[in-house]
Design a protein. Structure first.
Length: 270
């Protein structure tokens, strides 16, 4: 609640041009949308559908306001693209806004929380991550590999595939494990070991090919700045009482809460 959840929401909402007073709405809606992946929980699916409709209604009103008075934000730029011709329909504009707002918030929240949790579990790795910018960058990449915010993704088969003797026909839906791919021993040596000193960290946590995550550079930058400031402010961190509380959404890996006890550096006020 203090860092990992509000920071990405603030950044993506500001980039999109969502008024400051409405940002809390998108935090709630994003969480509900992600909960819709729990296909065995009708209540979560219903909540996700309701959040989607509420977001579309809100974005419809926001689009009208920005069409009248455009700014330098991304929604204004998308409106300009829609008005320029056959680039985005209004429905596609709203869908892309929902995707960017939800994906730009939920995944980066989990990246920050998961990485801090892993570093707290491995004090030597924490010390190494604090030692240099390059080490911190590696820590984030290894965290993405080891505890990816998105565990799996869905793809629709377009043409016949034969895989290990199994015939997969067009129209079939495949659930692809990102977490499993990240721990392929043919790609990463000793994949079940968290090691930020790996010389080459390979993962598909941001997708691959035409499905590569549009916001991956932003997510990396947000996390890097968050940890840089966290390390500057607190020379020592440890788990507080209660331990981590993991979320239960099937396709996502992240913490509901992670309470830490810091030791402030000399001269920094509360």
């Amino acid at each position: 609640q203090a860092l990992a959840k509000p920071l990405p929401a603030i950044v993506i909402a500001e980039m999109m041009g969502v008024p400051r007073a409405d940002r809390h709405l998108f935090e709630r809606w994003s969480e509900a949308l992600v909960g819709g992946t729990d296909i065995f929980n009708p209540g979560m699916i219903r909540g996700s559908a309701e959040a989607n409709m509420e977001m579309r209604d809100y974005l419809s009103r926001l689009t009208v306001a920005k069409r009248r008075s455009p700014g330098q934000d991304l929604i204004s730029q998308l409106i300009a693209a829609e008005e320029a011709g056959d680039k985005l329909t209004l429905d596609e504009l709203h869908s892309n806004c929902i995707l960017l707002l939800a994906a730009g918030h939920e995944t980066t929240t989990r990246l920050i929380g998961n990485c801090l949790y892993l570093l707290l579990q491995h004090p030597a790795q924490m010390a190494l991550a604090r030692s240099s910018e390059a080490a911190l960058t590696n820590a984030l990449e290894e965290s993405l590999r080891f505890e990816p915010p998105v565990l799996c993704t869905v793809r629709l088969v377009k043409e016949p595939i034969s895989l290990h003797g199994l015939k997969i026909e067009p129209g079939h839906v495949l659930l692809l494990s990102i977490a499993g791919a990240n721990r392929d021993p043919k790609v990463n040596v000793d994949p079940d070991r968290f090691d930020i000193s790996r010389e080459k960290i390979v993962h598909v946590s941001f997708g691959y090919g035409i499905h590569l995550c549009l916001g991956m550079s932003l997510a990396r930058l947000e996390a890097k700045i968050a940890f840089t400031k966290l390390f500057e402010r607190y020379p020592a961190l440890r788990f507080a009482e209660g331990g981590p509380n993991w979320g239960e959404t099937p396709m996502f890996r992240g913490l509901k809460t992670l309470v830490v006890a810091p030791t402030r550096s000399q001269g920094i006020a509360a």
